[in-house]
Design a protein around this ligand. Structure first.
Ligand code: FPP
Length: 229
């Protein structure tokens, strides 16, 4: 990747297209999610080397919880494997792992594995991987509004942001969506107020490090004015 260009601090990825990737190969949807997890492992390795400090992956939306039980069970098995095997490798190498979303609706052992892996995160990490799991932005904002009502008094944008799941995570500078759809699907709506958006038709299992770098190159060419002239 080209050096000395403005790097995003936090990149969010809406990992769409696993199901279609599998369908094109006449495989079950679960094979698409397996390929998606393999892609995550490769991408994380790559992103850590770029100097980007945060990667936020939309792993399961609140709406995804309505998918057939069989598909969800497959995803939960992948979460188990990732948080048991791969997350500890990251935390051992001074990266942090974090989860945003409502873990209470997940199988207890999955939620527990996630909490355990996150608790092992170092204090001053070089890199932070954030998974959005059973995450929905509107629910997150309503939850924060309820906290705010309990606290009473006037909120500022800064104090309200501290009530979101992402209190300790910088806003995304760039959001990438794979799989060809042109929408945010309830992902980081508050946080992405000034994010650059990048859409690609490439299905997530095919979203290689080179394709990621292409998105970063395009980001570095965008003119970010934050509403100013
Ligand atoms: C959307 O594609 C993707 C998901 C709902 C799940 C994303 C999960 C992974 C990439 C692997 C999970 C593993 C870990 C460790 C987080 P889709 O199935 O909706 O694709 P489609 O639009 O082609 O049907």
């Amino acid at each position: 990747m080209a050096e000395n260009k403005a790097l995003p601090r936090n990149v969010g990825i809406i990992m769409d297209g696993n199901g279609r990737w599998a369908k094109r190969r006449l495989l079950p949807r679960s094979a698409g999610h397996d390929a998606g997890m393999k892609r995550i492992i490769k991408l994380v390795k790559h992103v850590r080397q770029t100097g980007i400090k945060y990667l936020t992956l939309y792993a399961l939306s609140t709406e995804n919880l309505a998918r057939p039980k069989e598909e969800l069970e497959g995803l939960y098995s992948l979460f188990r494997m990732y948080f048991e095997k791969y997350a500890p490798q990251l935390t051992a190498e001074n990266s942090a792992v974090s989860v945003i979303g409502d873990l209470s609706a997940l199988p207890q052992d999955v939620a527990e594995k996630m909490r355990t892996a996150c608790a092992r995160s170092p204090q001053n990490p070089d890199f932070t991987l954030v998974f959005a799991v059973n995450y929905g932005s509107r629910a997150e904002i309503v939850r924060a509004a309820n906290f705010a009502a309990e606290l009473g008094g006037n909120m500022t944008e800064q104090s309200f942001a501290k009530l979101l799941y992402t209190a300790d995570i910088p806003d995304p500078d760039l959001i990438i969506r794979t799989g060809g759809e042109l929408r945010l699907s309830n992902f980081l709506l508050w946080q992405s107020a000034y994010a650059e958006l990048y859409f690609t038709d490439v299905l997530f299992p095919d979203f290689t490090a080179q394709r990621f770098d292409k998105a970063i190159e395009e980001f570095s060419r965008r003119s970010r004015r934050f509403g100013k002239v």
